[in-house]
Design a protein around this ligand. Structure first.
Ligand SMILES: Nc1ncnc2c1ncn2[C@@H]1O[C@H](COP(=O)(O)OP(=O)(O)OP(=O)(O)O)[C@@H](O)[C@H]1O
Length: 234
């Protein structure tokens, strides 16, 4: 079964043909990692799925239903949470206030999800009354993920959470994302192969707006040539 099915998605930004045919499936309960170097089109892929940068061709199916013509808020309400690279937070609000305004409902289920995610990210509990602008880079990332998780989302799109973080923090974050697999499905954009390979089940490799390779993470671990060619690493 596929949760999200993207077929031949093509996206223009102004006159530029940025996505030139992105086809990918996200399977429930898995962590799917979208790799590719700077400018390959990874962020645009997530933005097109969310309707923030609508695709002009191709199809996007969510649980079998076509969503490519829907507005972003409608897509979000179907159960897709988006964690953008810049985190887009109000830095004057505290951690607690940020969680509160993120909640679509304040029912028991949402409160249970909040408890669960605060156990995954105990720092957020510790700094509950601190303004998010004063959090460390890693804690801001935790905040952004927790805020997307707290609603009853079946899929989280997480854009490069490791960016700018120290290796030890990245490791901690990856372990937390792996724990989330028990509760939700994740489509993760990453350039950091060494970290993402520890938690990913399946991968897609992007280059110049297209998917150029895909397979199980084990296959990518075994294929140094693909890693060298598209990520510049051995
Ligand atoms: N607003 C824009 N106007 C023109 N070109 C854009 C715009 N946004 C993105 N692009 C171009 O689209 C291409 C894909 O960008 P995108 O941000 O999706 O790549 P990415 O793989 O996420 O890279 P990065 O890891 O650097 O964020 C790049 O060549 C970028 O320059």
């Amino acid at each position: 079964m596929t949760l999200l099915q993207v077929k031949d998605m093509q996206t223009f930004i102004e006159q530029y043909h940025i996505l030139q045919g992105v086809t990918m499936d996200v399977t429930p309960g898995e962590i799917t990692v979208l790799f590719g170097r700077n400018g390959a089109g990874k962020t645009t892929t997530l933005r097109s799925i969310m309707g923030l940068q609508p695709a002009s061709k191709g199809s996007i199916h969510w649980k079998g239903e076509s969503i490519e013509r829907l507005a972003t808020y409608q897509i979000a309400r179907k159960g897709i949470g988006y964690v953008p690279e810049d985190q887009s937070m109000f830095y004057d609000l505290t951690v607690g206030e940020t969680m509160r305004i993120a909640m679509r409902r304040q029912d028991d289920r949402t409160m249970e999800r909040q408890e669960w995610i605060l156990n995954v990210f105990p720092d957020l509990r510790t700094f509950w009354n601190r303004k998010t602008g004063l959090l460390s880079g890693g804690q801001k990332q935790m905040m952004a993920i927790a805020r997307a998780y707290v609603n009853d989302n079946d899929l989280l799109l997480i854009d490069e959470p490791s960016k700018g973080l120290a290796p030890i923090m990245v490791e901690k974050l990856m372990q937390s994302i792996e724990m989330m697999k028990a509760k939700t499905t994740v489509l993760l954009v990453e350039q950091n192969f060494f970290m993402a390979q520890t938690i990913g089940d399946r991968y897609y490799m992007m280059d110049e707006g297209k998917i150029v390779h895909q397979g199980s993470m084990q296959e990518l671990r075994n294929n140094g040539e693909i890693r060298r060619k598209y990520l510049g690493i051995a």
